[in-house]
Design a protein around this ligand. Structure first.
Ligand code: XMP
Length: 509
């Protein structure tokens, strides 16, 4: 990339991705790096500006994350946010102290509209605050440019050294004019020219793919039908028409009509689409298996083997493409947590297939940017806005043993739920039906029934690490329940899962 770059240095705050996204929304490319990235590495990237994120620590605590203090003297404009502001003030000779009254939530501020940070804004502003420390004594050369009732230095500025700090969070929606503050920093302080947008990304990526792959190179991609692999396929097909081979392994645990929809979306593109119906094979490997991790393992391994066998039939292919996106890059290697579920995406491919290189054209993009690129490339909306669907598919939504009959029941129930959700226009980030392994007694006409219970799950979440259940209306739930028990054979009861994560997880298995 030859775009101007703004670096977001991470000090452990929960909003680092949001900051990077806001910068990109302002048409400036951003990259997130650890707060302790050595200064020479930072300078080598030639950023036009640096933003220090918030973080949970106190700067005066031993071991609190710090950056090289020389960062504030290297001539690159810096904006510190929350902990980032405190670190800047502390590193340049100011004093940080605990607040007499901590501030949390939307807070009224008085800002100095003559300061470049607040140019174009009214003096009364709302800022989201979340802090227990504050700048007690300003470093030399700094002035306060915003205050609240309890915080004298809600924003600070040193115009000469181009150092700015805000105690509030301009990156969140609860700071209504926060994006303007970031825009002001980028355009009025850093000299941004706004050279980044999705059209530009597409053009650059196409050129980069062509350069990497050469005039004759062929590329292989595992296409799952998910947003990332689909957009990756559409972009590659445009970059190297006719030289992309997509293998779509249908493991038989897809949702209703999903395989056909995926095939239809790619039929008229300039790529070689290979659909492998391996459902019988997968089903027999899963026969009698009830343990969720075992199901994942079997599906993951079988997927790799099926993919390899299919790839061999194509002949020599030099490159493997993957739909890796920026959050995967940021998070990789940062995971020391216990394995609750082994989330290997189907698509996690073997490393030893003898490829000359790996093509990852979405590595720089956030999820919503991937969707934007997908729309730009003309992919159908159901694919571009598709909700996350686990690699092992319905296999981990059927509690207990998987059979063809159970798959058929779940597919129908799930399709009804999704159809009604779509019609109701209620927003949930992920929603689906689960076939519980519980059967219960019912009565239809004068007869006793003993049928399965279907559970509905709809959640609201931003990161899928935690979630709340979506408060669906009783009217909607009644309609879905009545449709499912009437239209789907062998289902006699429908329940709604109202558990959050934690303690539950989103999927049942
Ligand atoms: P959980 O159930 O862990 O789900 O709360 C969080 C998110 O991850 C998805 N998920 C998976 N995705 N392979 C995947 O590719 C898996 O084995 C898997 N298990 C869960 C889940 O759908 C949710 O979006």
């Amino acid at each position: 990339m030859t775009n101007q770059i703004v670096l977001v240095l991470d000090f452990g705050g929960q909003y680092k991705e949001l900051i990077a996204r806001r910068v990109r929304e302002c048409n400036v490319y951003s990259l997130i790096k650890p707060g302790q990235t050595p200064l020479d590495e930072i300078l080598a990237m030639k950023p036009i500006g640096i933003i220090l994120t918030g973080g949970p620590d106190s700067v005066y605590r031993d071991g609190a994350p710090k950056c090289d203090p020389a960062l504030f003297d290297c001539g690159i404009p810096v904006l510190g946010i929350c902990y980032g502001l405190q670190l800047m003030a502390y590193s340049t000779g100011g004093t940080i102290a605990p607040c007499k009254v901590s501030e949390y939530g939307r807070t009224q501020m008085t800002v100095d509209s003559t300061s470049v940070l607040f140019a174009g804004l009214e003096p009364r502003q709302i800022g989201l605050m979340s802090h227990t420390d504050q700048v007690a004594v300003l470093p030399e050369g700094f002035v306060s440019v915003a205050s609240t009732v309890h915080c004298r230095n809600a924003a600070i500025a040193n115009k000469k050294r181009e150092l700015y700090g805000v105690q509030f969070h301009p990156e969140v929606e609860n700071t209504p004019n926060g994006t303007e503050v970031i825009w002001n920093f980028l355009y009025r302080v850093c000299g941004a020219i706004g050279d980044y947008d999705m059209k530009d990304y597409e053009t650059r990526m196409i050129a980069q793919i062509r350069e990497q792959v050469g005039a004759t190179g062929k590329v292989l991609l595992g296409l799952s039908g998910g947003v990332d692999s689909s957009v990756c396929a559409a972009l590659l097909a445009k970059a190297i028409p006719g030289r992309l081979w997509c293998i779509f392994v249908d493991h038989g645990c897809m949702r209703k009509n999903e395989g056909d929809e995926i095939e239809a979306a790619f039929r008229n593109r300039d790529l070689n689409f290979i659909r492998v119906d391996a459902s019988a094979d997968f089903l027999s490997a899963l026969s009698g298996v009830t343990d969720p991790e075992q199901k994942r393992k079997i599906i993951g391994e079988k997927f790799v083997r099926t993919f390899e066998a299919e790839a061999k039939k194509i002949g020599k292919i030099e490159f493997l493409a993957q739909g890796t996106i920026y959050p995967d890059v940021i998070e990789s290697g940062a995971n020391n947590s216990a394995t609750i579920k082994s989330h290997h995406n189907v698509g996690g491919l073997p490393k030893d297939m003898g490829f000359q290189g790996l093509v990852e054209p979405l590595r720089g993009l956030f999820k919503d940017e991937v969707r934007m690129l997908g729309r730009q490339l003309g992919l159908p909306e159901p694919i571009v806005s598709r909700q996350p669907f686990p690699g092992p598919g319905l296999a981990i939504r059927i509690v207990g043993e998987i059979t063809a009959d159970k798959l058929a029941i779940l597919r129908e129930a799930d399709a009804i739920f999704r159809e009604e959700m779509k019609k109701s226009r209620i927003k949930a980030d992920q929603y689906f039906a689960v076939l519980t392994n519980t059967r219960s007694v019912g009565v239809v006409g004068d007869f006793r029934t003993y049928h399965y219970t279907v559970a509905l799950r709809a959640v609201k979440t931003t990161d899928f690490m935690t979630c709340e259940y979506a408060p669906l209306s009783h009217k909607l739930l009644s309609r879905v329940s009545s449709r499912i028990v009437n239209e789907v054979k062998n289902v006699g009861r429908v329940v709604y899962d109202i558990t959050g994560k934690p303690p539950a997880t989103i999927e049942w298995e």
